[in-house]
Design a protein around this ligand. Sequence first.
Ligand code: RP5
Length: 155
Amino acid sequence: MKVAIIMGSTSDLDIMSQAINVLEGFGVEVVKRVISAHRTPDLMCEFAKSAKANGIGAIIAGAGGAAHVAGVVAGMTTVPVIGVPIQTKALGGMDSLLSIVQMPAGIPVATMAINGAKNAGLFAAQILALTDETLAAKLDEFRKEQTQKVLDATI
Ligand code: RP5
């Protein structure tokens, strides 16, 4: 299974590349697209409706401001959608967070922290790992190394 990482603008790439790096580091195939709910609504619909048939196991959607792409995509597919609110200059990303997190009952989006793209990548990997033992082993190893780094830390 693949993970799709979509974002509202190329200006989101700096943050969203953290999700790309995590997933590609685990050897997960990543489909990357700029898709805007407002600027390319037809593309967004086409992408969401074909995601499952295209072998996408999780969708990570990053956007800032009036960040609607995660929620609208979630309304058109049962592939799990993970939303990443991107920090904004005007409102610090609270606008993005509130645009993504408060979904109506029935259409869930797993909302990460503001700029939380790394955790989005890890969360998508954990979803795929439920049916992929090799990936699950890589995640276990990642956790062990992370724990060891804390244990080894000196101050
Ligand atoms: C959103 O507006 C994008 O996701 C981006 O975070 C923000 C600004 O977009 P640009 O004006 O940089 O294209 O749609």
